[in-house]
Design a protein around this ligand. Sequence first.
Ligand code: PLP
Length: 431
Amino acid sequence: MKTAPISEELFQRAKNFIPGGVNSPVRAFRAVGGNPRFIKSAKGAYLFDEDGNRYMEFINSWGPMILGHAAEIVQEAVMQAIPNSLSFGAPTRKEIEIAELIISMVPSIEKVRMVNSGTEATMSAIRVARGYTGRDKMIKFEGCYHGHGDSFLIAAGSGAITLGVPDSPGVTKGVANDTLTAPYNNLQAVQTLVDANKGQVAAIILEPVAGNMGLVLPTQEFLQGLRDLCTKEGIVLIFDEVMTGFRLAPGGAQQLFGVTPDMTTLGKIIGGGMPVGAYGGKKEIMDCVAPAGPVYQAGTLSGNPIAMSAGMAMLNYLKDNPQVYTQLDETTERMITGMSNNMQQLGLNYMINKVGSMFTIFFTDQHVTDFDSAKTSNTALFGRYFNEMLQRGIYLAPSQYESLFVSTAITPELVDEYVQANYEALKAIQG
Ligand code: PLP
């Protein structure tokens, strides 16, 4: 039994000073019951909490830690950069080097601008798409999450749906009116929206593999159909690869599926655990950004030298070691096979979606292809499963509507441990 009295005490204290006791909503465990663990340190596959408990983990800082925690190559790059000062607010050689690196890896990017988070990346990309096309509206997909910018908090996934606020209060009607939504994987619905708003849609933005309603895969026809429609209608196609960038392949989902958007947003892995985001795309579009063009976007700490050093180390490693992706895929496949065998033994039929090192087990027997089918999941059952796994030392995302991330720190022995815990947890929550 893993008790956590110190974490509990810290949570009570945190709630006095921080809204809900956390600096990002899903960390609070509201959807699964219980109190969050307060983390003291992490190494490789493990998190260690303030109570001295150890957890094998599959959140990996919600994606960035693809090499596991405290990866030496990233740590060393940061250590080397620190003595030169933490920030200059003036250009550096490293910013050119990371731009060149990103452009060499991500098919759609010819020019790139660094920012400090995925949210900043998507907010900026939409502004640029609007400036470039002179149009106001955008289309997003139900259950996709693109950070907490106002115009994205319509039918939003991730923490917004977990906490029951997919359309957040505080977003004005004016802003909401410019966001049109369609079901994921439904090309016909997008065509209908475009036809009804002829010449007014600046951008279509999507997670090319959705990770924020749980993991939902696109069909090839859906991605290609969006590409063709955008080309025909002069709409900017934006792939939000904050989650999938550098995770599903060195060039992200666009490389995996062979569909190239006009713009791409990045975050998470690109900073190796530091607060970094980026947006980029065709030269013609990116040259609209100030000071090259009139669309304003700026940042005091953008291109921060420490963050760039961490990101460069991470990206260089992934570029030079493409076998990482095969290894991650094999590890994840073994986990999925183990879970499927467990379910067969227990007579259960929950759905598992998987691509590369991302997966979600949905507590439903329906195939999950969009937000509506994701919502057929039994979230109460998921909450019980989450806590059973936590008790067995496995730390999962505390929401049904998230993808899990596998890191290279997960060894075959750890896969076996995970599969055993999965069997026991599934068994425990039956009946
Ligand atoms: N876009 C996607 C696809 C994401 O998954 C996220 C965060 O989870 C964001 C954007 C927002 O990024 P950040 O939390 O760094 O602002």
